[in-house]
Design a protein around this ligand. Structure first.
Ligand code: ADP
Length: 477
């Protein structure tokens, strides 16, 4: 038989079954207990080899073990056997050698006990224990008084208390003070034999941080069916709640963007229509020979430019969204680009004075000069547009470590704090007085995307009523 050291004590109460074998392994005695365990009557087994009841896979080993027993005097083992129906059973043996007068082993007595059920239960228990140990959920059991009686590794991970620290303590160690009433509600349900399913709540870890969990609590009964405690499974749902929050924020953001888009459509149709109407009217006047021609032509050209700029912006937005904004790369000195842009933009305003504090040092960067110029025009243009009072607009460019930092400061209407982050969003326009200035809400979005694709950042600092400073960086070469 497959011989393993038994966990049970050998000489404890007489085992119910008994048989004996001679030194060749032939069964020579067989009692009623053995009949019950194996299903063979004495007449069916006596005279047969022990392989009758030993699992086929271990017959050879069994023969070796008998030889060993001849020398040993006794042993206590558990072995895999088969009964008369061919079913595998597990049997605990207490074997002892019976010697003749000369001291030679004459036979081996085997006292037996059927431990199949016990073995199955043990296996079931250890499988369950393995599941509990490896579960990602915290699995905890407690008495009806709330004293923790078991605490798996995930509970230790989730709440920060080791198994040793938690067992014997009251479950309130993980219940936040303002939720302590939940425990009596849960225990009342458990006392009434009711399970609590997926109860979403908050528990507290050892370091005081909160855990969002979903609790399932079930009654634990003893063998007589009496409820003696509760087992609870706590699943950490912080990630799910966070994902739900993010999803809600995302939806809210989409709704907001949709709102801006609707507002943009209204504004765009107005901004497209106004110059078109003016152009059409001016052309009709010119056709009729109206004077002064030059003035009419200049006005017309101004509106054509406005229209063209708006259409370019709209095309840029679609290019960015499609990921098709193409940049050409070349190394250039941004000092020259700023100086040129400032001169050009100065011609568009008679009320504001543009001051560029040109840097003596060359500020070389690698990028698309046309696109960077577009950013400068947008930011300096905004500084002029959103400064109602005449005044200075200061432009600075400096090198800071590996970056070039460009600043554009105005003393205009400023931007309320709540809007600062949003002004770089597509179609976003600040309300109130700012809304009375014409604009499309896409300039800063395009600028920020251009700067980002150059590996830089664009941001603003501002105070409503006091003015704004826009900053952007570009990698220096
Ligand atoms: P717009 O065409 O509306 O000017 P932008 O994307 O360029 O679009 O700017 C977004 C919003 O940021 C503007 O509607 C305006 O409210 C605000 N803004 C931008 N620059 C300034 C500035 N220098 N001073 C005050 N507000 C500004």
């Amino acid at each position: 038989m497959q011989i393993q050291k038994s966990k049970n004590s050998l000489l404890t109460p007489a085992r119910e079954g008994f048989f004996s074998i001679d030194t060749e392994g032939t069964i020579i005695e067989w009692n009623e207990g053995a009949e019950t365990i194996f299903g063979y009557q004495a007449r069916e087994s006596i005279g047969k080899h022990i392989s009758l009841i030993v699992c086929d896979t271990i017959v050879e080993k069994e023969i070796r073990d008998i030889s060993r027993l001849k020398n040993d005097n006794s042993g206590e083992y558990e072995a895999c056997c088969k009964n008369k129906n061919g079913k595998t059973i597990f049997v605990a043996f207490s074997a002892s050698a019976v010697k003749d007068e000369k001291g030679n082993v004459a036979s081996i007595s085997q006292y037996l006990e059927d431990i199949t059920e016990k073995r199955i239960n043990e296996e079931k228990q250890s499988r369950l224990a393995a599941i509990v140990d490896s579960s990602d959920d915290a699995i905890i059991s407690k008495t009806l008084d709330g004293i923790i009686t078991s605490w798996n590794p995930s509970a230790a991970k989730m709440f920060g208390y080791s198994e040793k620290e938690a067992i014997g303590k009251h479950i309130s160690i993980i219940i936040p003070k303002d939720r302590i009433d939940e425990e009596s509600l849960i225990i009342n349900n458990i006392r009434n034999g009711q399970k609590i399913d997926h109860f979403e709540t908050i528990r507290e870890a050892k370091d005081g941080t909160e855990r969002q969990i979903s609790l399932t609590v079930s009654p634990v009964k003893d063998s007589s069916g009496k409820i003696i405690g509760a087992s609870k499974i706590a699943r950490d749902i912080s990630m799910r709640i966070e994902a739900e929050k993010q999803h809600e924020l995302y939806i809210k953001r989409l709704q907001e963007l949709n709102k801006y888009k609707d507002e943009f459509m209204v504004m765009a149709s107005h901004e497209l229509k106004t110059p078109l109407t003016v152009i059409q009217a001016n052309l009709q006047l010119l056709e009729m020979g109206a004077d002064p021609k030059m003035e009419l032509l200049e006005k017309t050209v101004k509106h054509v430019k406005k229209l063209s700029a708006l259409i370019s912006n709209l095309l840029d937005v679609s290019k960015i969204q499609a990921g098709k904004l193409v940049l050409t790369q070349a190394i250039f000195d941004i000092n020259h680009l700023i100086a040129e842009t400032v001169v050009n933009l100065q011609q568009t305003t008679g009320t504001h004075h543009l001051i560029f504090n040109k840097n003596d040092q060359a500020l070389m960067t690698n990028g698309d000069a046309d696109r960077i110029e577009q950013v400068l025009v947008n930011i300096i243009g905004n500084a002029i547009k959103y400064s109602t009072e005449p005044g200075d607009i200061i432009v600075n460019a400096t090198k800071q470590d590996e970056e070039i930092l460009v600043e554009v400061a105005d003393k205009g209407i400023g931007i309320p704090e709540k809007d600062i982050q949003n002004i770089f969003l597509r179609y976003y326009r600040v309300g109130g007085i700012a809304a009375s200035f014409s604009g499309s809400g896409v300039g800063l979005y395009i600028s920020s995307e251009i700067i980002k694709s150059h590996g830089g950042r664009l941001w603003a600092e501002s105070k409503a009523g006091e003015g704004s400073v826009f900053y952007f960086t570009l990698p220096a070469v």
